[in-house]
Structure formats: C-alpha cells, structure tokens
Ligand binder design. Sequence first.
Ligand code: SF4
Length: 430
Amino acid sequence: MSTSSAAAVRSPALNREASESCLCSECFFGLLSSRSLFIGCAKSKSCSVKFAFFTVIFSSFLLKKAVYLKSAFSAIILSLALFIESRVFFTGGIAKEIVKLKEYAIIVLHKSTVSRTSNIIRHTKYDIQNTKYETMTFLSANIGSFSKPVQQLWENMNPCTLCPRKCEVYRSKGETGFCGIADTPVVSSVGPHFGEESVLVGSGGSGTIFFASCNLGCVFCQNFDISHHRHGRRMSIEQLAQSMLGLQNYGCSNINFVTPTHVIPAITVAIELARKNGLKLPTVYNTGGYDTVETLKLLEGFVDIYMPDMKYSDSRVAEELSAAPDYPEVNFAAVKEMHRQVGDLKVKKGLATHGLLVRHLVLPENLAGSFKIIDFLAEQISTSTTVNVMDQYRPCYKAASHPKINRRPTFEEIESVRQYAIEKGLNVLM
Ligand code: SF4
C-alpha cells in the first residue's frame, strides 16, 4: 500500500498513542509500539524509527551467532544499540527486554523463524484504567460513512448484548461487563503466525491480531495472560485498519482475528476502512464459539472463514470449566449460522479462502463430550465439515484445581475422537 493511501486511513481523531507512533502503513510492527519502536520500515522518509531499524540490523548481523547462543554479550550490545534511539522502554525489567531483543534480532535476520516469535510485539504492561473513549469518538465523527450492520453492532454494544452474556452495560461510556473491555479494543499482539492450521499459514503466515480478554472463563486457558489478565494495548480503529494492511503488505495469507467476539464492532469498522484502502485478504473469525446468532448475522460479508471452537457438549462441564452453562446450546446454534453463511471450507492452492473450519480440543476423560460434537457436525452441519481434532491440551492456569483436567489426554483418548470423526466422514485435518 502506498504512503498516500495510508494517509487516507487516518482521520483527525487519531489518538494520543497514535500520534506518538510510527504511522507508516509499511511498518505494522511500529503501530502498536508507541514507546518501544524497535523495528520500523525503511521506505518512508518520515519513519521515525528508521535509525533504530538499521541499528538493530547492524548489531544483530554482527552478533548473529551470539544471539543464537543466547549470550549475555549479544544482549548487552543490542540493548545499547537500541537505547541509542532512546525510545526503548526498559520499564518491564531488563531481563524481559533482553529476551525481546533477542527475538527481534532473530526476526530481522531470519524470517523463517518467525513462528517462534508470535509474541514479538506482545506488550507486558497495560493499564486498563486508562481506557478512554477514542474509538467512540472516531465512530461518532464518521458513523454515516459505515454500513448498516456496523452501525447496528455499535448500537448493540450500548447496552451490550453482543454476546450470550448480555451484560447490558454501556461500553461507550466506559462501563465494562464480563469481558472487562469498554469500546476500544485491547490488542495483545499483531504479526504473522506460523503455528495455525496449514491451510491458514502458507508461505507468509496467518496474519494474526490477538485481542485481549474473552467472553469465556476457561480455567485451563493456555493464553490466560491475554484472555484473563488482559495484557495488551488499546488500539484505535485506524491502527487496527493499518495493522491489517501491514499484515497484507508483509505477505500474510489472511487476517486472523483471535478472540474477536467482544470487540467485533471495532473490528467491522476497521475491516470496512481497510477494504476501502486496499485490503484483499480473506478474514478469519477465530472464536471460542460463544457467539450469538444475532451478532453473527450482522457479520455476513465481513467474515470469509469462520473458525469456531466447539469446546463442550455437556452444559455441566461448560459451567464448571468455562462459567458458561449454556455453551453447548449457544455454540451449536452459532456453528449452524456460520455454516449457513460460508458453507464448507474451500481451499485453493493449499490455502483456505472461504468456509467453516471447526476446532475441537480433546480433554481428558472425554470431558469435552467429543463424540456428541462429532455427531452434531456430521448430522446437522455437513459430512464435508473440516475439523481440527486438537491434541495439545495441557493443564494451564487454574487446571490444577480440577483433578480431572490436571493431566494431558492420552494418545488413545485423542485417537478415538479422531478416528470417530473420520468414520463419520468428516474432513479431519492431519
Ligand atoms: S461482549 Fe462483554 S460486555 Fe458485552 S455481553 Fe459479552 S461479556 Fe458482556
């Protein structure tokens, strides 16, 4: 995307953080990093972090071997190099920063190792009390230029009935419900991710935008620092749109919104803005699957690939493990609506372009009710449904206080679900 079209994305409502940031659209790394501008692009003359960028490359190149050896020497030199730029923030403690510096060096020099760095711009500090109303300010100044579904989604946030919790809080007044987020999204990280399903990754990675917080309360959450502790940084609509364009420019295969349900109004506004400015990639709605049919109906046309979890088929388990007793009923209805909109997964040249991709995490003791979920997919959705039967459950967060889930599932537990799905004719990802 050209610099001029990037400028078109901006509006007078740019917020304080944005004004401190590098806003060149070529540099999506800089967008989140108002105070820690480690990497910038070298194309824009106005890029305020160009100097730091070259400093990092130069230092990293010299110390490439040392970085891999994790030597303290490399960390010290890289720290010094970045400190010269003076925007480096060391508030998180020197140890944390040293780890980050090593990651940045690896990214710059070895793009192929990006999979190790999905948290490359994960922010360790977020002051949730600082939430102001910048997003709403943007919208009220521009509401007429957005589509009806977008406007409806914003209305449904005040009072909030976006998700099945129906907290009925006025989020644009700064009130928060179960998810703890007002109307401005909090983003934990933006970057190419190589750990997603292969049909989403391709050569450029899946362009993930991880949103902090969640409308579920899973006691075994593997991303609890993001979902429960809400680590991240507030992001304006413009920054969100520019991040999408940045991921596209970087060569990512799609834009993958991770845990989007509670901030979907901002996402849809940003999608419209980004599409007006050249976004062509498919969008992925990567959700825990606790979504209302009403909200999903408003997403028709915004989402190309729905990727919902199907976590439980037993409401008692859903209550105990995710504080959502109605999860099975809500989730089944949501998946039906998603399939109605986009159909079975379509893959072109190894990459998903459109459709439904279901994720199911196998829990120990068949707690997830896996077989009922497979039956539902085969009988009520389509035998061509693509499903990823996931084996990576491990006890995290508060799982230790629930004896049944305080272990990994066995090989037999996982394989029995996978085989059952194959027998039912589903398209099981391997
Ligand atoms: S999106 Fe958040 S505030 Fe709104 S109903 Fe859901 S949990 Fe409550």
